[in-house]
Design a binder for this molecule. Structure first.
Ligand code: TYD
Length: 389
């Protein structure tokens, strides 16, 4: 049974950056978050229909940071031992992971037509479809069972986890491995990073919940890697039931039990911290405006869609957002309609404070913007607590 603990209010499609004439028809939904007592899954009360989010107009490009390019290259190098292994990626986006693999070894699945075309153009067989049992059956018929099925920041996008895992299980070879990485619930709780919750993230995964749901679908977690990307993620290795389990699985589960991720009360306390975070952010932004400081936002992220809409951050508090993604530039932020411009146009001498929408890249950004920091420019973040850095 789902028990609601958090209401993040009316929210738009987090990655749907819009033009002025689209404001009137902007889609909004109630973003409410719950805890499922049976599986221990943190999940939304109601899910947004996936085609509203993942379509021809999808704007998120995985390859927009050096950090993520390096991350997927390193992972591919660590896996890439046998050229006969067949690999399938679910949610291949702009090819940031798959491009590290030979075109005759890897298959892509990507429902966003614009990105499916990009991996096709790179030479990969690409299925421009959502991950379903019928797609899994079709791939098995056309290409046989797969040794590795990989997904990054994708499985937590899919409402129906039971069907997703069943479709993976039936396509894996007997000793095949399903490797997927998504933001970690433990990190979200530790950092009050409630901005990991938006339409595209109907679930935020604990290892405990994932193992419960995988097990009822013929798979189990055999290893967990804790990663620093996306503000703290877990890479899950799952195999068919009966496979040997690494000690990292119990280590992660017992840490999660210490944090109380298997208890509803933990999430009630988290909701109180979220409200405090909102009050603190608005207080700092109001103070900056009162002092006539110029405040912008760095990185037009999905995460900041949640923050801005929940906290009521409008163009009165933030002048504009800079972002390197061509598909976002010249548009307005979802729901709050703050203009997005290129860093070349907007990240200049006049900026006093930059709210870090992309706080998860703080290291890469601080290195890149050392001149801004040297001349006294400051960043504002809400992670793990609201502060000026
Ligand atoms: P990410 O944090 O992965 O976003 P999401 O919350 O949508 O998952 O995205 C980072 C965004 O920030 C992306 O649109 C690119 C942008 N960006 C910059 O503009 N400059 C930078 O230096 C970096 C690292 C990212």
């Amino acid at each position: 049974m789902k028990k609601q603990f958090l209401n993040l209010g009316k929210q738009p499609i987090a990655n749907r950056f819009i033009y002025k004439d689209q404001i009137e028809n902007e889609f909004l939904f109630d973003l409410k978050v719950a805890f499922d007592e049976e599986t221990k899954l943190v999940t939304q009360v109601e899910y947004v229909d996936p085609p509203l989010m993942f379509n021809e107009d999808y704007t998120y490009r995985g390859s927009m940071s050096n950090t993520m390019q390096k991350h997927f290259k390193e992972l591919s190098n660590s896996l890439n031992t046998n050229p006969n292994l067949k690999i399938l990626e679910i949610g291949s986006n702009d090819g940031v992971f798959i491009k590290n693999w030979p075109t005759d070894q890897a298959i892509a699945v990507e429902p966003c037509g614009n990105f499916a075309k990009e991996t096709q153009d790179l030479g990969y067989i690409t299925y421009p479809e959502f991950w379903t049992t019928s797609l899994s059956n079709k791939i098995q018929k056309n290409h046989g069972k797969q040794n590795i099925i990989f997904a990054a920041n994708c499985i937590c996008h899919i409402p129906d986890l039971d069907e997703t895992f069943k479709a993976v299980e039936s396509l894996l070879t007997e000793d095949g491995v399903f490797i997927f990485e998504d933001p970690s619930l433990a990190e979200v709780i530790n950092n009050t990073s409630y901005d990991q919750i938006y339409d595209e993230h109907p679930h935020v995964f604990s290892v405990i919940a994932l193992d419960n749901i995988l097990k009822r679908n013929g798979l189990q977690i055999v290893k967990v890697d804790n990663l620093s990307v996306h503000g703290g993620s877990n890479r899950i290795y799952a195999q068919k039931l009966g496979t040997k389990v690494d000690s990292s699985v119990e280590k992660n589960k017992s840490y999660e039990r210490v944090l109380g991720l298997d208890k509803f009360e933990t999430f009630k306390r988290f909701a109180e911290k979220v409200e405090q975070s909102k009050r603190d952010l608005i207080r700092i932004l109001n103070q900056c405006k009162k002092e006539n400081k110029k405040v912008i936002s760095y990185g037009a992220t999905s995460k900041s869609t949640t923050i801005f809409n929940y906290c009521g951050v409008t163009p009165e508090l933030i002048d504009y957002i800079t972002d390197t993604t061509p598909e976002k530039q010249g548009k307005l932020s979802p729901g709050t309609h703050i203009p997005i411009i290129t860093p070349e146009e907007g990240f200049d001498e006049s900026v006093d404070y930059a709210y870090l929408g992309a706080w998860n890249f703080i290291k890469e950004i601080s290195e890149k913007e050392s001149k801004y920091l040297d001349r006294g420019g400051k960043f504002i973040t809400h992670v793990p607590t609201v502060k000026i850095v």
